[in-house]
Design a protein around this ligand. Structure first.
Ligand code: ADP
Ligand code: ZN
Length: 662
């Protein structure tokens, strides 16, 4: 997202810790070591008897008695060698002997005697056991070292993550929310959100709450605290939340659910607390939490998985905060997710995120609108047809469309054009669906022929099946990992019938069938097709209850995230497998049948493909004649009614055939 909000960082008036005092600590250590090294470099412990002997020998220069009865005797320079058996240079300037004495009186008596005898001429002094400083130092130094190290790591970690590197050791528990102040010059409004009429209507209510809360509270109503925007990525949930803030002209805090989660215990919860504290200061305002499933997953469902205490405590804090502030405080929380089914039920309870607003992938007309928004800043030539672009981008999200427009502009610029044209857009769409063209991939003539026959197989079959998706084009130009592809225009439907699914399956199997019928050898090139077909068949039989043997049974559980246990018996599992095999075999036979029937046309198509590498629906029409079935997508263009979302249609825009790496 590149909206030019003036993004103010939330205030963080804690000082940034510098490395300075780490250096100070290091300097202290070095200093201490140096000083102590000067002071008593050489020392030696002796027994009291030895000590007495040494004093009697006249070695002592001065004696220090400590209150714990330990004694240090400094040695006369000329006797150092006698005591330490080493050269004076090796033991430092003032070496001493340490000894544990019995009592102060005994020592005094002994020294008095020695003084009288003339053996001891030095001084006696008393000291408290002095080296406390050093002791304390050595005790706390490791702690300092650890703290320093920790700070260092934190800075490293925080530096990358926080906005502008502001995160640091003191703000680990601070929320990392981005704040968009109200009244920003470039604010986003509903005008910037194309399509999504239903969602806009629902959030309009929230805008009203924020604008005139008294209108609702006077009647005793409670303003909702939160709404959940549910939908696939890139459909404009963030955009919509920002538009709500823009329309109501209130500040907007934006944060991602994963920002709460850190490796440090308690950080998430304290970030939640901080976020709400900041928000309350700015009320009325909006808090937007993207990807709330990062914190909001159902708690402790799988005890065996060990759970995630940190995430749970973050979630608990979030729940507490949501309950804690009064419903009329003017803070409204919007959260986005694409997996509402895995969210903790407590989050969805009344008084929390009790409103769910669906933000779906745009349909044909909505795509036209989204194109409208994103084509505005581009310089276009008159070949660009928004209708066609919208039709060529089934299943694209708003973000994908924004991407197409940008990519098209880049392609046009690369070719040095003055304006962006239709071909640039088509190239951009191809690129986004299929990846980069790999013109350099080397193929032998045999391989090329095999791929052409395979792709022509898909094309032929889809041409002759009523419910198969209408073909747009077929290519054998390698792109991404695909060696060739047939591109279809999937019909956008909310529910899919069994006939439609079977026809699609048959068309998908057409590639492999063509290999078998016309080459006599099958290859790994069809692996991708087979995977899709197998998955689809399992889905039809185990989930959609579409087989004759196991009719009307659905073994899918929408509430069980992992499905560790199969909800059916071994015997049923076997029957499912059997049914899947039967269904695929049936469609495969049907595909081969169709191919034999239209063998001449198919081969013509393959030849054309080898020659031109890309062929379009018009070329296919020239070979086979007009398709006997009118596609429904033309009809959809006219009518624009959208029923409530049911089973999402999972048809893809293309059927690439991946080169097997095996
Ligand atoms: P989400 O939060 O749902 O993942 P975003 O709101 O971040 O999606 O959308 C990403 C980008 O896609 C937006 O910045 C915008 O450019 C574009 N976009 C998505 N949906 C729409 C829409 N309905 N109208 C206009 N632009 C859209
Ligand atoms: Zn294929």
């Amino acid at each position: 997202m590149s909206e030019n909000f003036n993004s103010n960082k939330p205030k963080m008036n804690m000082p940034r810790p510098s490395l300075t005092w780490l250096y100070v600590i290091i300097a202290l250590v070095i200093g201490y070591l140096y000083l102590t090294g000067e002071e008593g470099s050489g020392s030696k412990e002796v027994t009291y008897t030895e000590f007495q002997q040494m004093v009697s020998n006249g070695y002592a220069s001065r004696i220090v008695a400590y209150d714990d009865n330990s004694i240090e005797m400094y040695i006369q320079p000329e006797h150092i060698v006698d005591v330490f058996k080493k050269d004076a240079s090796k033991v430092g300037r003032s070496p001493f002997v340490k000894v544990q004495g019995g009592s102060m009186e005994a020592l005094e008596k002994f020294l008095d005697q020695e003084q009288k005898d003339g053996h001891f001429t030095g001084s006696l002094s008393y000291k408290k056991q002095g080296n406390y400083l050093g002791m304390i130092f050595w005790n706390i130094f490791p702690i300092f070292l650890l703290v320093g190290l920790w700070m260092f790591i934190m800075r490293r970690m925080g530096g990358g993550a926080g906005p502008g590197g502001a995160a640091n050791v003191f703000s680990v528990g601070k929320s990392r929310a981005q704040l968009f102040e109200k009244g920003a010059a470039n604010k986003i409004t509903f005008k910037d959100v194309a399509g999504q009429a239903a969602a806009k209507q629902e959030v309009q209510e929230i805008v009203d709450f924020l604008k005139q809360p008294q209108k609702y509270t006077e009647l005793g109503g409670k303003i909702p605290k939160g709404a959940l925007l549910v939908g696939p990525p890139g459909t404009g949930k963030t955009l919509l939340a920002k538009a709500v803030a823009g329309e109501a002209d209130v500040p907007f805090f934006s944060m991602s659910g994963s920002d709460f989660v850190e490796m440090f215990v308690g950080v998430g919860a304290s970030r939640v607390r901080d976020l709400f504290r900041q928000a309350k200061e700015k009320a009325p305002c909006i808090i937007f939490i993207d990807e709330i499933d990062a914190v909001g997953r159902a708690r402790g469902k799988n005890a065996s998985m060990g759970g995630n205490d940190e995430r749970e405590s973050t979630l608990n804090q979030l729940l507490t905060e949501m309950d804690g502030f009064g419903s009329n405080s003017g803070v409204i929380i919007l959260a986005a997710t694409n997996r509402v089914d895995i969210l903790d039920k407590a989050l969805l309870r009344a008084g929390r995120f009790d409103r769910q607003i669906y933000v779906d992938l745009p349909d044909l007309n909505e795509r036209k609108e989204v194109f409208g928004v994103h084509l505005r800043p581009l310089k276009l030539d008159d070949t660009v047809d928004v209708d066609l672009l919208a039709r060529q981008t089934p299943g694209f999200s708003g973000a994908d469309i924004a991407n197409v427009c940008n990519e098209a502009a880049l392609i046009a610029a690369r070719h040095g054009q003055a304006a962006v044209g239709k071909t640039d857009f088509l190239a951009a769409i191809d690129r986004i669906v299929g990846g980069l063209e790999k013109k350099t991939k080397v193929m032998t003539a045999d391989e090329k022929r095999a791929i052409a026959l395979h792709e022509a197989g898909h094309a032929t079959i889809s041409w002759f099946l009523e419910h198969a998706n209408p073909l747009i084009k077929v290519t054998i130009v390698p792109r991404g990992r695909a060696l060739g592809a047939a591109w279809y225009l999937p019909e956008e439907r909310q529910i899919t019938t069994k006939e439609q699914m079977l026809d699609e399956m048959c068309a998908t199997l057409g590639g492999r069938a063509a290999e078998e019928v016309f080459i006599g050898r099958i290859s790994t090139g069809a692996m991708n097709d087979l995977e899709r077909v197998t998955k689809q068949a399992y889905g039809m039989i185990a989930y959609a209850g579409m087989s004759d043997e196991l009719p009307n049974l659905c073994y899918y559980s929408s509430s069980d995230e992992y499905m560790f246990n199969k909800p059916y018996s071994e015997r049923t599992a076997e029957r499912i497998d059997e049914e899947v095999g039967k269904m695929i075999a049936g469609q495969y036979a049907r595909a081969k049948e169709l191919l034999r029937e239209h063998a001449a046309g198919h081969n013509q198509l393959a030849e054309l493909l080898i020659e031109k590498e890309v062929i379009f629906a018009e070329d296919v029409e020239r070979i086979f004649g007009k398709r006997p079935w009118t596609s429904r997508s033309e009809e959809i263009m006219a009518e624009e009614e959208k029923t409530t979302p049911a089973l999402p249609d999972s048809s893809a825009a293309s059927a690439p055939d991946t080169a097997s790496e095996a």
